[in-house]
Design a protein around this ligand. Sequence first.
Ligand SMILES: [Zn+2]
Length: 642
Amino acid sequence: MKSDRISARQFQADGSFAGRLQKLVREVVVPYQYGILNDSVSGAEKSHAVENIRLAARKNTGEDVPPEAFYGMIFQDSDVAKWIEAAAYTLIATGRDEALESEVDGIVDLYAASQHEDGYVNSYFTVKAPGREWTNLREAHELYCGGHMIEAAAAYYEATGKRKLLDVMCRFADCAYDEFMHRNTRGVPGHPEIELALMKLSRATGEKRYAALAKHFIDQRGQAPNYFVEEEKGRGWNVWQGSAELDTDYTQSTLPVREQKDAVGHAVRAVYLYTGMADVAKETGDETLLSACRALWESITRRRMYVTGGIGSTGIGEAFTVDYHLPNDTVYAETCASIGLMFFAKKMLENEHRGEYGDVMERAFYNTVLAGMQLDGTKFFYVNPLEVVPGISGVAVTHRDDLPERPGWYACACCPPNVARCVASLGVYAYSENETTLFADLFVGGTVETKKGLSLCCETQFPHGGAVKYTVSGAGEMTFAVRIPAWSKKAALNVNGEAVDLATAVKDGYAYLTRDWRDGDKVELSLDMAPRFVYADPKVAADSGKAAVQMGALVYCAEGADNGEVLPLSVDTSVPPQALPFDAALLGGVVPVEARGFRAEPAAALYSDEPPKQTPCAIRMIPYYAWANRGLHEMRVWLPAR
Ligand SMILES: [Zn+2]
C-alpha cells in the first residue's frame, strides 16, 4: 500500500527526546554552523562557504574576482544548502524567527545574485572554473550542490512561503533540463542527489518536467558506453586526479540501475541514488525499478550494514566493500551514509509498508546518525567506528579516519549540516499517510495532524522507555497503523484499555487499527525494552565470538569513562544484561545497562604460553549514540563473549 510522508508542518514535537534534540538544533547547532559557514568561529576548520557565494555574486555582476579567491571543496555550496534546509525545518519545528530568517534571506540574496542568466548557479565554477560548466559530471558535483539547494529551497518555501530561493532553483532545474534532456542527453550526475531533489521540487511546484528529468538521470545511469569513461577521454582537466581506469562501481554506473543487485561504491552516493530510484518507482509504478530497489535494500541490510545502522566499510572511496566485511575499528560508516539510508528506508516505506524498512530507519537514526553529533551540538563525527583505542584510532595509517573524539568542523563538512537537517525534520520520517491510513513509522513524542482532520498526540520516553501512548483528538473513520519493531519480542497493544490481538492485527510489521475514532480515544503500545545480547552471523569475521548489547532500538557500548580499560573485558552471555534506573544526569539522560563479565589481567609479554587470568566484574554500558562525550577513552560495541 503506497503512502506519502507527512509534511513537516503536520508534526509538532513535545519536550521529550526528539523535541529536546530539535531545540538543541535551533538554539545551538544552527547558530554554531552559521558562524562556521561565515568564518566567525575561531579554532575550527575554515569553511569560507558563504564567502565563496559572495565572491560568485560579485563576479557575476562584472567585478574582477581572481579564481584563487575560491576556497574549499568543489561542493562547498552544499554545506550552505544543508544549513538553510536545517534552518527552514527549525522554523517549522520551533516557530518563525525574524533574526534567523534574515540570516537565511541574506544568503539567498547572495546566491540569487550569483545565478547566471541561463539559470546556472555554482560558486566553484563561477569563481574558479568559468567555461568548464557541465564538463566534468563525474567529479564536479554541480548537480549535487544544485540538488541540495533545491531541497533547501523547497523546505524554506514550506517554512516561510518565501519564493525567492525556490524561483532561483526552478531556473537552475530548467537550465539542467535543457542541458540534459536536449544537449548532453547521456550525462548523469557523478554524485547522485539531484534525482531525489527534483522529485521534491516536482511535488512542491506541480511541475512534471522536474520528475521527468529525475527519471531520465536514473534511466541513463550505467548505460553503455559508460558516460564517465567517455567524458574523461576528451576533457583534459580533473578536480582530483585522472585515472586511466575509472572505477565505475564508485559512481554506481557499471550497470543500468535496474540490473544492479549489490550495493557498491561510495556509500552516500549509493543510498541517495537508491532513494531517487525508489521515489521514481513510486511515482511511475515501475515494478522493475522497485524490484531493483528491493534487491539493493537486501544487499545493504542483510549483508553490508553494521549493527549501528552504519554503512560503508572502508575509507578508501568512502565505500561499500564486499558481503560480511564489517570491520569495527577501520570502519567508515559515514554519518551522511546512515542519513541516506534513512531516506532510502522512508522512500521504500512510501512504496510498501513493511516493518523492516522502519526498523532499519530507526536503527540508523538512533545509533549512527545521533552519534554523528556531540551532545552539546558543537562537534561532529564523519566516521563512526564501533571500536576505538586512543593511540591507534586516528593515528595508525589504517585508522586515520576513525577518530576517537569529534572535531568541531571538517575540510569536507558534508556530515554536520546533514545531521542538523535530519533532526530538524524528524517528524516527516515519523509518519506517513494515504487516503485511508496514518502510519506511525517511528515513535516520536508530539502531535501529528492528519489530512483527514484527526490529530494524534504521542507521549513516550522512547528510545529510553517502551511505553507509547497515542491520544486521538477529533472524530472520524481512519486506519491507524503502528509499527511493531522486530526487536520487541513481546509487544502489547490496546485501544481504550481493550487488548488488541496482534496475531490478527499485524501485517508486515504494522498493527492495523481501523475504527470510527472518537475524541479522547487512546491507543497504548508497550514494547519489550529488556536489554539483550545480539550476535552477528558467523560470516562476519570481525564479530566472531563476540556479543553486543541492545535495549530497544539502542545499541550499547562499553566506554572507558565507566570501565577503565575496555580491551581486557569480555561478557558472560549466560547472564542477561540488566537495565539500571534512568539517570537524568548522565549524558543528557540515559538508561545505563550492566552486564556481567570478566577482566583479563595485564600480560607480562606480547605473547605467552599462559592465558591471562580472568577476574569476574561488572561492565557498565551506555547507548552508542552518547559515546565520546566524556574525554578520550577506549570504546567497544562488540565484546568477546565467554
Ligand atoms: Zn558526510
